[in-house]
Design a protein around this ligand. Structure first.
Ligand SMILES: [Ca+2]
Ligand SMILES: [Ca+2]
Length: 393
């Protein structure tokens, strides 16, 4: 199937409400209008009531306690403690979307208890064990029903997911539909469409997982999804206030530290970091806590609802937020009707030309039933018994 035909095919197919809503101009207009109101409110706030953007970063104070039992297979101990959460807007690119430059502000203090975390993103072979054991069918494999989308023509009710497709020429970076298409038959078993499979991809991160899929896997594995605060504490690896999980330079000693995108986005990924597109897990150095791919490769689901103003609200309540679980309800001013949860870490498609979310304090977001071929997850686990004396240093 030609690229053009794929794209036109994709535009005819609904994505269970997500790609469908993407193409609804009304939603975009409503989103932009809401964002304008949100920005106006921000800008009209009396002086002195501004969030403390650019607040001083204080050192991470990691707890020294450890759980008594051995590490679960494939997991690393994250000691927990107190840290400065968030990012300076000056270090973010715009990503062509409204609302992304302030959502990681202000920097504020957060404490999390210790926990185990998967060292890698969940792989295809791990996800397959779950599916074989439970018969679970992912959201992308389910056919949307007429009840769910009463106005959709029956021929558009097809199972599938969103897949990145390079453009054949440079394009303005303000319209993501130029490089995303809804692909019938794309799902975790068929990452780029029905003609693709998992042969040789056993150690690649599983993709096309919607939030309920990730949650179901975690439950089966006796684990859970990380909160956004746990994710960022873990990603920083004990360091504080740095741009990346490995320091302040994108390349360390001349070497790429994560699977991101080099070349001209979205035309050609030249794979200078060793991988054009997705990579098997654990191909780059670990961070300070022994975790792989906390930047890049695939985005990772967190359990927090996404709100653009979540940090602002938390900072305004003052003090150190202890084990924050995220807002009670979602709200993205850019797409107010969508229920989104947080994504973290960026993906193999992130580039300094477009979306620098491999920066450790920055945030992403996604509608909960929407997967794609650059979105996966990893799990965490709270120890049964913890000698949590919380000795900080
Ligand atoms: Ca790459
Ligand atoms: Ca990742």
């Amino acid at each position: 199937m030609s690229k053009d035909r794929q794209r036109s095919q994709g535009r005819k197919n609904p994505a269970k409400g997500k790609a469908l809503t993407w193409v609804l101009g009304l939603v975009v207009v409503a989103g932009l209008a809401s964002w304008a109101v949100y920005e106006q409110r921000r800008n009209s706030r009396p002086k002195g009531d501004e969030p403390s953007t650019g607040a001083a970063v204080a050192p991470t104070r990691a707890a020294t306690s450890r759980p008594s039992g051995p590490a679960p297979d494939g997991m690393a101990w994250i000691p927990g403690g107190e840290f400065s959460m968030g990012s300076e807007s000056a270090s973010e690119s715009l990503c062509g979307q409204p609302g992304v430059t302030h959502d990681a502000q202000p920097i504020h203090r957060v404490y999390v208890d210790g926990f185990w975390m998967d060292k890698t993103e969940v792989t295809n072979e791990e996800f397959e064990k779950f599916v074989k054991a439970t018969g679970y069918v992912t959201v992308a494999e389910r056919t949307p029903t007429q009840e769910e989308f009463p106005t959709a023509p029956p021929e558009n009710l097809v199972a599938g997911s969103t897949v990145f497709t390079p453009t054949d020429r440079p394009v303005p970076l303000n319209d993501m539909f130029q490089w995303w298409r809804y692909e019938k038959g794309a799902n975790w078993r068929h990452p780029t469409g029905p003609d693709s499979d998992l042969k040789g991809r056993e150690k690649y991160p599983v993709v096309h997982v919607a939030y309920p899929d990730a949650e179901a896997y975690a439950k089966w594995a006796g684990k859970r999804l990380p909160t956004e605060a746990e994710w960022e504490f873990a990603a920083r690896g004990g360091r504080a206030g740095e741009i990346y999980s490995w320091g302040n330079e994108l390349k360390s000693g001349g070497k790429w530290m994560a699977n991101i995108y080099q070349g001209r986005f979205p035309v050609e990924d030249n794979g200078e970091d060793g991988f054009a597109g997705i990579a098997p897990v654990a191909q780059f150095p670990t961070n300070g806590y022994g975790l792989y791919d906390m930047a890049g490769n695939v985005w990772e689901w967190c359990s927090d609802w996404y709100r653009a103003d979540a940090y602002e609200a938390r900072a305004q309540s003052g003090g150190v937020a202890r084990n924050p679980q995220g807002p009670d309800t979602p709200f993205d001013p850019a797409e107010p009707t969508e229920k989104k949860r947080v994504h973290r870490g960026g993906s193999f498609l992130c580039t300094d030309q477009y979306c620098t979310r491999y920066m450790v304090g920055t945030r992403g977001k996604g509608e909960v039933t929407t997967g794609s071929n650059h979105l996966g997850f990893r799990c965490v686990k709270t120890p049964d018994k913890q000698t949590q004396t919380v000795a900080v240093h």
